[in-house]
Design a protein around this ligand. Sequence first.
Ligand SMILES: NC(=O)NCCC[C@H](N)C(=O)O
Length: 411
Amino acid sequence: MFHVNSEVGELKQVILHEPGLDLERLTPSNKDALLFDDVVWTARAQEEHRLFQQLFRDRGVKVHLLHGLLAETVKHEEAVAFVLDRVLDERQPHLGATLAGTTRRLLAAMGPEDLATHLLGGLTKRELTEALGEGRTGGRSLGLDLLADGDFVLPPLPNSLFTRDTSCWVYDGVSVNPMRKAGRRRETVNYEAIYRFHPMFAEQGAERWIDGEAMAPAAIEGGDVEVIGNGTVLVGMGERTTPAAVEILARRLFEAGSARRVIAVELPKARAFMHLDTVMTMVDRDAFTLFTGLDRRMLRSWTLGPAAHRELDVTENDDFFAAIRAALDLDAVRVLQTEQDTSAAEREQWNDGCNLLAVSPGTVIAYEVNENSNRMLEENGIEVLRIRGDQLGRGRGGPRCMSCPIERAAA
Ligand SMILES: NC(=O)NCCC[C@H](N)C(=O)O
């Protein structure tokens, strides 16, 4: 049975996405809408990613690749229908009934590997017309006439690289997340299909905390959700996760008896701090990194607990880390901040210096570029496994963002 009982306990199984066609689709003109800061050298990004994967395998962590999971999922006819009903909805502004139908017939006729590639990497008008052959594009369509050859009939999902965000496991269940940004919303459909139809998950009967489709416009992303243990979950509310979503998640967890408290923390609403894990991650049983640019005493936070009649007990905390210490039943928590000038601190945070993935208590994966942050961690007794990320980092996500633990022991 899959479960994630902590942020830092022994990691056993993880979902990663080795980028492919999805990253090749980035161009200077579409990268902003697709939430990347630059175009990417895909072959090098894949090389970097394979080294990242190897780190897990070397430590006995089972790696599941998203493309493989999706391909196995769409071997099932109901899964294909489920996905295509959603991604080729004729009401989408650029589609219309004819183009939606033509594209659907093409995708449905593909083998599972190719279908998975295009669900992640999208489909251009050129690819559609070439595959159908001259003059066989189905009926004439306004949507098709208005697209240029290189335009997308089905847009790509390059942020699939960040498997953390789209679904996240919290204790004995999973939340399939409604994404805040338009460029990531379709990722939810792929995961919804995997969790419903892939035999590895469908036969497990794990709890489902959030159903992304039903929950929009409330939004929550896994980078904001940290399962710190002892029945407690930490959730950031910034650019991506909404207060409504935090309350829905909290209520579900309390009703199932899977968590006793949720600590919600307010974050600045800015891209640099898009998720909680871009400024703060847990690195050991009693230790967190925190971006130096945030004053820990200024962070507003609330503790949510269950109350009668499906209500929530919401109390504002005086001190965020004191609330965490109490929730974890610890004498003290260590808040690790890198002492460096403000420009260096800003640069390292931008390069995901705080976005660490613990593989066991006190051992984390980090980008090598963040020299000051990594040195500081080592001075505090944390083992740092360094990875290259010159290409991977261009989407503004680090080792924690690029991993979705599905099995992790308590700390
Ligand atoms: N947990 C994370 O911070 N994930 C990084 C997501 C980066 C992606 N380009 C995004 O903007 O959503």
